[in-house]
Design a protein around this ligand. Sequence first.
Ligand SMILES: Nc1ncnc2c1ncn2[C@@H]1O[C@H](COP(=O)(O)OP(=O)(O)O)[C@@H](O)[C@H]1O
Ligand SMILES: [Mg+2]
Length: 361
Amino acid sequence: MDVSPFPYQGPLEPSEVSGRDGLITDLVTRITRRKVTALLGPRRYGKTSVLRRVASELTEIETVWVDLYEVSSLADVAVRFDTALAGARGRLAELARRYSLEVSLNLGGLKVSLAGPARNRPDPALSFALLLEVLVRTATSTPTLLIVDEFSSVSKVAGAAGAMRTAFQHHYRDFGLVFAGSQPSMMRSLFTHQPQPFYGQADLVDIGPLDAAAVDDIVGRGFAGTERRAGRLGQLIFDYSGGHPQRSMQLADCCWENTPPGGFGHDAWADGLAQMRRLCADPMERMFSDHTASERQTLRALAVSGSIFGLEADLLDLAKSTAQGARTTLIDSGDLVADDAGKLRVTDPALADWIRERFPL
Ligand SMILES: Nc1ncnc2c1ncn2[C@@H]1O[C@H](COP(=O)(O)OP(=O)(O)O)[C@@H](O)[C@H]1O
Ligand SMILES: [Mg+2]
């Protein structure tokens, strides 16, 4: 059995990342020049994949990778940093362990002690501050890149960003520092709103969709490498996905599954798309029904007629002010994105497609 050349679950291996050369070079340069950077983009646009690749290209630098996905308390944040530091390698790991011992911190053991009996439980804020101190001391002693992925989640934990800012602020030139996050508006506001601890502390870099040539290349190589030919499939996939990386890969996989060795990918288009729609039906229905009524109407208007004020909006009796309010919420959550020309669209092409199928004109 062939393994599919189109993985679409979770981040890619560094060697699997393509179509992002400009962004990768830009990030490598920024890190080398010690420019604090925040990488912004919707979920599944390939932020983690690109950063993995960047880390692998910076061979002289050890990476500490903190994943703050859905953190819910300061203890939780501290544990993520503890896990990240304990998972580091090489000289960085050695130094981190040494410096931890000096402040009586059991690196990698924070989760256990925070879950222990209440009377022995360390203060999470204190543990976090100590950990950050160890991290900064380590990172300033050996070439280090600190990646804080899903940083937007810190907005839910009082004091977390402030503690990080306090620890990092005098060391921006001492180690590489990149933040990444999936809620673009929240990420933006963490770095551009005055009261935020990281206000003005990072350059913002957007990750966009893949371009048509990149999708065509990825699809073409995936098929060619498994004794199939893509033919016009790359273009068909791009037309559907608008370059959304994960959906492009998922649809490519569905088409690939329906292409026999020696066959042409574009001949499998109808079957591949049908398979994609079957796979997405339930998740899309759930995703759609999780929105409020006015958000659902706005998504519908946009997906079906390309505008939140168009024909479909009239049909749905969607008032202009309601649509404008919902639009703001949906942009903030990353459910809508503007393309280069400023035209708004539903971020997830599978959701847009599901809406159009479910509510035809
Ligand atoms: N450069 C790329 N080329 C092809 N597919 C990609 C690329 N980057 C991301 N993807 C697809 O998107 C999926 C999610 O990538 P990931 O890095 O986890 O996104 P994010 O961190 O933005 O949520 C991957 O499993 C892969 O299918
Ligand atoms: Mg990610």
